[in-house]
Design a protein around this ligand. Structure first.
Ligand code: 3PG
Length: 309
């Protein structure tokens, strides 16, 4: 089988070498398309592929329809909102992700961003400490749990909301986290919010004025999830009304330049999404993806399938 690695933002070289090793030892061939800048390159590359591994690369209907031999797409990472699930299902393509494999890298970035904000961009002015502050985790999956552990190390008080945690508050105890029953309760009880939910119809633009206005005047919002979950106009409104409110994100706002001009170092955005961009995360997610594809072809294993059959 031909297994295409299509990564506009490439994996570390070491990860690619190890992925190649897994693919070739199982008797398959690896095709590599890295750093591509035009969609036509992806459309050409998928034409012969039986399987593909992607990151945030857009696997839309055009790409799926150009991939006549494709049987499986693995998103090496957590969020698969970049894959057109409906078309993949219609085309009988199995879609998987690799849950948990890059979570540690993302959780560590939360604290990198948070320290930058509470120390005012390291500009030498008096900042504040994380110890004793209330951190609200909005969603409590793999990343939320690691973030809770690190936050406990900083001596923060950790609260979390997720529908599953609300049903099973005992899980919170395991992580020294207070489980709350609603997003509203979470924002009412937090100084800082870190977002860890997927982007879907339910979460789109859900971080709105009603929630953000529940934070204190000097509230902080950290977004290492997706920009789509933010109601941008509401966020900009809150930040304009509250001169001490801060926002850090791994995914630039649509109105990035406008916000940067207006808000200076109260707004921090990665120049390119980098939450999962560590060699460790690349190796974990990339190798998991390769192994999942090998098993899929070996014995039809669909353990991490995310789309209906
Ligand atoms: C994920 O959903 O796993 C992260 O957003 C990582 O995205 P990336 O692979 O594009 O870095």
């Amino acid at each position: 089988m031909k297994i295409l690695i299509a990564t506009e933002k490439p994996f570390a070289t070491k990860a690619v070498q190890q992925i190649k090793g897994i693919i070739e030892s199982a008797g398959h061939e690896m095709l590599l398309l890295e750093n591509y800048t035009d969609k036509s390159e992806l459309l050409n590359a998928v034409a012969n592929a039986d399987a593909m591994i992607v990151r945030s690369d857009k696997v839309d209907a055009e790409v799926l329809n150009a991939a006549g031999n494709l049987k499986i797409v693995v998103r090496a990472g957590a969020g698969y909102d970049n894959v057109d699930i409906e078309t993949a299902t219609t085309n009988k393509v199995c879609v998987m992700n690799t849950p948990g494999q890059n979570s540690n890298a993302v959780a560590e970035l939360v604290f990198g961003m948070l320290l930058y904000l509470v120390r005012s961009g390291f500009d030498g002015s008096t900042g504040s400490e994380l110890k004793g502050k209330r951190l609200g985790l909005h969603a409590f999956g793999h990343i939320g749990k690691i973030t809770a552990n690190v936050a406990n190390g900083f001596g923060m008080k950790v609260y979390a909301y997720s529908p599953s945690l609300a049903k099973n508050p005992e899980l919170g105890k395991e992580y020294n986290v207070t489980a709350v029953k609603s997003p509203e309760e979470l924002y009412d009880n937090s100084d800082i919010i870190s977002l860890h939910m997927p982007n879907n119809a339910h979460t789109k633009a859900s971080i709105n004025y009603n929630l953000l206005s529940r934070l204190p005047d000097n509230g902080i919002l950290i977004n290492t999830a997706r920009k789509e979950v933010i109601n941008e106009d509401d966020l900009i409104r809150i930040m304009s009304e509250r001169p001490k409110f801060k926002y850090a994100t791994d995914i630039k706002l649509d109105k990035h330049n406008e916000v940067l001009d207006k808000l200076g170092n109260r707004y921090l955005a990665s120049s390119k999404k980098c939450g999962a961009q560590t060699s460790e995360a690349n190796i974990n997610a990339g190798l998991a993806a390769a192994n999942q594809i090998v098993k899929f072809f070996e014995n039809g294993d669909e353990t991490y399938r995310v789309n209906p059959k």
